[in-house]
Structure formats: structure tokens, C-alpha cells
Design a binder for this molecule. Structure first.
Ligand code: HEM
Ligand code: HEM
Length: 177
């Protein structure tokens, strides 16, 4: 278990956690801002960042799962309920942070657009243009972000409860290892 021992998170896991959390919040803000803008160069530019950073999250999530497989996280702290809920919440967060960018990728291609990252890197076409699929994926992308936001709120509340009420090392070991 390189870089990680069983009572704490290693440096790589902590970096992945905090950089992805920040990225996801920026992408969320970009998505909500873009929705308010009329079509034009500003909307196109912000949507480009939204999509490129979103695919970066998808890539990092895949790498993070592989890293996790080789470096299992420390067991959750707290009472029985807390120890049972923690893995459930963490797996839901993983599922949502993969489903959201993946649905975005498929949505753009179902709309018949080419998906190009950071203005140059062309992504493989996973689905053909389709109005039916576009409608479904719009629904998925417009719903999953709310579930993700709700799950993150619950997750942050749990982290603060561990830190301020239970006064255990849950938050500290994700901050300092
Ligand atoms: C963590 C990743 C992502 C988050 C949290 C996220 C979140 C959002 C949010 C909050 C909106 C506005 C709400 C809505 O349309 O109902 C939005 C819209 C949109 N996103 Fe994402 N997104 C992510 C990744 C992606 C990716 C990777 C793509 C494409 C490659 C993408 C493409 C789009 C498109 C095309 C829209 C406009 C949808 C429409 O007009 O109905 N998103 N996203
Ligand atoms: C978009 C935002 C966030 C996402 C998607 C997210 C996701 C995750 C995931 C998936 C894990 C499990 C790691 C693993 O075992 O592989 C985790 C752990 C953790 N997160 Fe977050 N997180 C976010 C934001 C935050 C914030 C803002 C805080 C602090 C207030 C926080 C505190 C923690 C702590 C303390 C742990 C370790 C829990 C334990 O040891 O049982 N997270 N996070």
C-alpha cells in the first residue's frame, strides 16, 4: 500500500479528493451560469470550459478508483450507523461524479456536435445523433447534478459532525493524512 497506511489517507488520495471537489464545484457553477446566458461567444466559451473540465473530472474519477483499488481507504470512524453509512455515501458520490460528466459527453454527441476538449483534443464518438436520446440525456444531466449537490451537502454535514461533535480524526486525516 504505497503512500497510504490503514489509519489515514495518503497524499495522492488527499490531492485527488480536494482537487476534484474544487473542480466539481467550479463546473457546477459554470453549468448554472451558462444556463442563464443567451447564445453567443461568451456562452460558447464558458460551455467549452464546462465540458473540458467535466471530462477531466471523469478521467480523474477513473484514475481515482484505480488508485483506491491499490490503496484501500482507512476504515470509517464513529458508531455503527456512521460506519455503515460512510461507504454507502462514498460509493454514491463516486457513481454520481461519473454519471454526470458521462451523461454530458453523451448529450453533446446525441445533439450531433463534435466534442473537442480544450479546443484541440477530439473525443471518440460514443453515440450517434438522436433526438430521443438527446431528450433523455438532457433529463439525466439536469437531474443528476441535483442529486450530486444533495449528496455533497450531506457529505459535508457528516464531515463537520465528525469534526465538531464526535471530535474524531475523520476530517483531519483527509486534510493532513
Ligand atoms: C462533474 C461534471 C459536471 C457537472 C457537475 C455538470 C453540471 C451541469 C449543470 C448544473 C448544468 C446546468 C443545468 C441543466 O442543464 O439542467 C449543466 C448543463 C450542461 N452540461 Fe454539464 N456538468 C458536468 C459535466 C459535463 C460534461 C463533461 C459535458 C459535456 C462534455 C457537459 C455538458 C453540458 C451541456 C451540453 C449542458 C446544457 C444542457 C442543456 O442545455 O440542457 N456537462 N451541466
Ligand atoms: C464535490 C465535493 C466532494 C466530493 C465529490 C467528495 C467525495 C468524497 C469521496 C468519494 C470520498 C471517499 C474517499 C474514498 O474512500 O475513496 C470522500 C471522503 C471524504 N471527504 Fe469528501 N467530497 C467532496 C467535498 C468534501 C468537503 C467540502 C469536505 C469537508 C468539509 C469533505 C470531507 C471528506 C472527508 C473528511 C472524507 C473522509 C471520510 C472518511 O474518512 O470516512 N469532502 N469525499
Amino acid at each position: 500500500m504505497a503512500n497510504q497506511h490503514r489509519s489515514a489517507y495518503g497524499r495522492t488520495s488527499r490531492w485527488l479528493h480536494w482537487s476534484m471537489a474544487a473542480l466539481i464545484l467550479v463546473i457546477l457553477a459554470l453549468g448554472l451560469t451558462v444556463e442563464e446566458l443567451a447564445k453567443g461567444p461568451e456562452r460558447t466559451a464558458l460551455m467549452g470550459w464546462h465540458q473540458s473540465l467535466g471530462v477531466l473530472v471523469l478521467t480523474l474519477a477513473a484514475l481515482r478508483l484505480l488508485w483506491r483499488l491499490a490503496n484501500p481507504p482507512p476504515p470509517p470512524l464513529g458508531g455503527t450507523l456512521s460506519r455503515r453509512l460512510a461507504p454507502l455515501m462514498h460509493w454514491s458520490l463516486y457513481a454520481l461524479m461519473i454519471a454526470q460528466p458521462l451523461s454530458g459527453w453523451l448529450l453533446v454527441q446525441a445533439e450531433g456536435h463534435q466534442l473537442t476538449l480544450f479546443g484541440s483534443l477530439e473525443l471518440p464518438v460514443l453515440v450517434a445523433e438522436s433526438e430521443t436520446l438527446e431528450e433523455i440525456l438532457e433529463g439525466v444531466h439536469g437531474t443528476v447534478w441535483m442529486l450530486l449537490a444533495l449528496a455533497v451537502l450531506g457529505h459535508v454535514a457528516a464531515a463537520l459532525k465528525h469534526h465538531l461533535i464526535d471530535r474524531d480524526a475523520t476530517l483531519i486525516r483527509m486534510l493532513r493524512g
